[in-house]
Design a protein around this ligand. Sequence first.
Ligand code: AR6
Length: 187
Amino acid sequence: MLGLRHYRGTAIDLFQGDITSFVCDAMVNAANSSLRGGGGVDGAIHQVGGPSILEECVRIGRCETGDAVITTAGRLPAKKVIHTVGPIWRGGTEGEAELLYSSYQKSLHLAAESKLLHVAIPSISTGIYGYPVTDAAMVGMKSIKNFCDDKPQALRRITMVLFDSETYKAWQKALFTCFPEAEGDAT
Ligand code: AR6
C-alpha cells in the first residue's frame, strides 16, 4: 500500500492529485485571513466551487491564522468546505509550527462537530506561504495523530490530497514515521 494507516478507528491515507475533484464530505482549503480567495488551492476551490463559497466567506468576515471556518461547498464534490489559514513561513521562529498544528486541529474538530466523516486536506502552508514541506508534513501528521487520540472514531477517513510528487513523498515519510506499520494498523 502506498500510503494508508488505520489508527483509533480512523483511516489516514494519501492521494496525489487535484483536491477540487476529490469526492469527500469536508474539503479543507488553504485560505488567507481575509477569506476573499487567492491563488493556489484557494483559487482552485473558489473557481470550481463557484460564487456561493465567496458569498459565505464575506458574511463570515475573517479567519485568524491557525483557525478554521466552515462554508458551503458550492459545486465541489463535497458537502462543506473548511477554510483554514496556515502560517506564512518566516524562518521557523515566529510560532509557525504551533500555528500550523492548530490549523489541522481546528479543521478536524470542525469536521467532527459537523459530522463530516471523510475529510480531504491539502498540504497547508507549503505553497505560496513557503513552509518547508518535510517539516510541515511532520507537524500536520502529528496533529492528525493527536486528534485521533483525543477523538477516536470521530472521523471515518482523513485523506491528504497532495498536488505534486515531492509533496506526496514528504507526507508519505511523515505517515510512515508517525504510524510505524505494526502499531499503525492497530485500530
Ligand atoms: N489540489 C491540491 N493541492 C493543491 C492544489 C489543488 N488543486 N493547488 C495547489 N495545491 P497553496 P498556502 C497545493 O499555495 O501555502 C493562497 O493565495 C500546492 O502545490 O495553495 O497555504 C491563499 O489565499 C501546495 O502543496 O497554500 C493564501 O493567501 C499546497 O496545495 C495562500 O495562498 C498549498 O499551497 C496560502 O498559501
